[in-house]
Ligand binder design. Structure first.
Ligand SMILES: Nc1ncnc2c1ncn2[C@@H]1O[C@H](COP(=O)(O)OP(=O)(O)O)[C@@H](O)[C@H]1O
Ligand SMILES: [Mg+2]
Length: 291
C-alpha cells in the first residue's frame, strides 16, 4: 500500500533558526494522526511545508516529502498548485481571516469547485449547497448568499471544513481548527471533521496542543518538540506508556473529565527546559547521526 504522506528527515530553517530539525512521519490512507506539541514546536511549519506554503524566508535544508508516492519537493510549482485544495486540503486555524471578506460564501465555494473540478456555475452552486448541508448548516441557500462577516465564527469554520473536503482530498491538514472557538462549538467541529473524513475517505493530520482531542479522534500521534519528533506511535500506546518525560508533562497538563478544571496548569517553562535537555541527552544516546 502506498502511504498517503511520507516525510523523511525534513529540516527547515528560517534565517538562522532551525524550526524543523529532521522530522520524519507517515500517514497511511484514512489514517488520522495527531500532531501535538506546545506553541513554537514547529507544527504549523510542518503543515505548511506539506502544503507548499512555507513563508518566503524559510529554506528547506534537507529531507523529503512524498505524497502518494510523488516527491512534492521535486515537483514543478504548477503541478503542486493543482494538488492544493484538491488532493491536499487545509482546515485553517483562524476562521475569521481565512475567508475572503468581500466575496459571498457561495461564490467562494463555487470558485473552488469550478477551479478544481471544472464544473459549470450552476453545478458548482448546487454542489456548494449540498456541501453546506453536509456540515449541518440549515438553510444552505441563504448562507450561500451571505458575506463571511454575516455568519458566526463557528459557521465560518463549518464553511471552511466543507471547502476542505469538497474535492474528496486524500489528505487534510487541520491546523488547530478548534482553538479560536468556544467549547461547545469545538465539540461540534470535531464531530464534523470526524464524520466528513470518514465519508470522504481522507487521511487527516490533526495539529493540536490538546491531548484530549488526540485521544478522542486520532488513532496515531506524533509529539513534536523544538522541531523534532519526541514520540510517535499508536495513540493508546503513547498515552499509556509515554517514553519521554516531556510527553508525561503534556499529559499532566491535559484536562481530564475526572479532575476539576482549576487543577489544570500549563507546563512551566523551567520544567520544559529541563525536560528538553533530558530529551536532548536521550537523543544523543538513542539517535545516531547529525543534529
Ligand atoms: N513567519 C515566520 N518567520 C520567522 N519565524 C517563524 C515564522 N513563523 C514561525 N516561526 C518560528 O518557527 C518556529 C515554529 O513555529 P510554528 O510552526 O508556527 O509553531 P507551532 O505551530 O508548533 O506553534 C517558532 O520558533 C516560530 O517562532
Ligand atoms: Mg501553529
Amino acid at each position: 500500500m502506498t502511504a498517503t504522506l511520507e516525510i523523511d528527515g525534513l529540516k527547515v530553517a528560517i534565517g538562522a533558526a532551525n524550526v524543523l530539525r529532521g522530522v520524519s512521519l507517515a500517514l497511511q490512507p484514512r489514517e488520522v494522526r495527531g500532531l501535538v506539541g506546545e506553541s513554537g514546536a514547529g507544527k504549523s511549519m510542518l503543515g505548511r511545508a506539506v502544503l507548499g506554503l512555507l513563508p518566503a524566508n524559510a529554506t528547506i535544508i534537507s529531507g523529503s516529502i512524498t505524497f502518494e508516492g510523488r516527491n512534492l519537493l521535486a515537483m514543478h510549482e504548477t503541478e503542486r498548485r493543482k494538488l492544493l485544495g484538491r488532493r491536499i486540503a487545509l482546515i485553517p486555524q483562524d476562521p475569521m481571516t481565512s475567508l475572503n471578506p468581500v466575496k459571498r460564501v457561495g461564490v467562494q465555494i463555487g470558485n473552488l469547485l469550478r477551479h478544481h473540478l471544472g464544473v459549470s456555475k450552476r453545478v458548482a452552486l448546487a454542489r456548494a449547497s449540498e456541501l453546506l448541508a453536509e456540515v449541518a448548516i440549515r438553510e444552505p441557500a441563504r448562507v450561500l448568499s451571505l458575506y463571511p462577516h454575516e455568519i458566526s465564527g463557528g459557521m465560518r469554520q463549518r464553511v471552511l471544513i466543507a471547502m476542505a473536503f469538497a474535492c474528496d482530498p486524500a489528505l487534510v491538514i487541520a491546523d488547530e481548527p478548534t482553538t479560536a472557538l468556544d467549547v461547545t462549538v469545538q465539540r461540534q467541529v470535531l464531530q464534523l471533521v470526524e464524520r466528513l473524513r470518514q465519508r470522504h475517505g481522507s487521511a487527516v493530520l490533526f495539529v493540536t496542543h490538546d491531548l484530549g482531542v488526540v485521544a478522542k479522534i486520532c488513532g496515531s500521534m506524533t509529539v513534536l518538540h523544538g522541531g523534532r519528533v519526541l514520540e510517535d506511535g499508536e495513540t493508546a500506546d503513547v498515552l499509556a506508556r509515554p517514553r519521554h518525560a516531556y510527553t508525561r508533562a503534556l499529559l499532566a497538563a491535559t484536562p481530564r473529565a475526572d479532575r476539576p478544571a482549576e487543577a489544570l496548569r500549563p507546563v512551566p517553562p523551567a520544567l520544559i527546559e529541563q525536560l528538553w535537555s533530558e530529551a536532548r541527552r536521550l537523543d544523543r544516546l538513542t539517535i545516531a547521526g547529525p543534529t
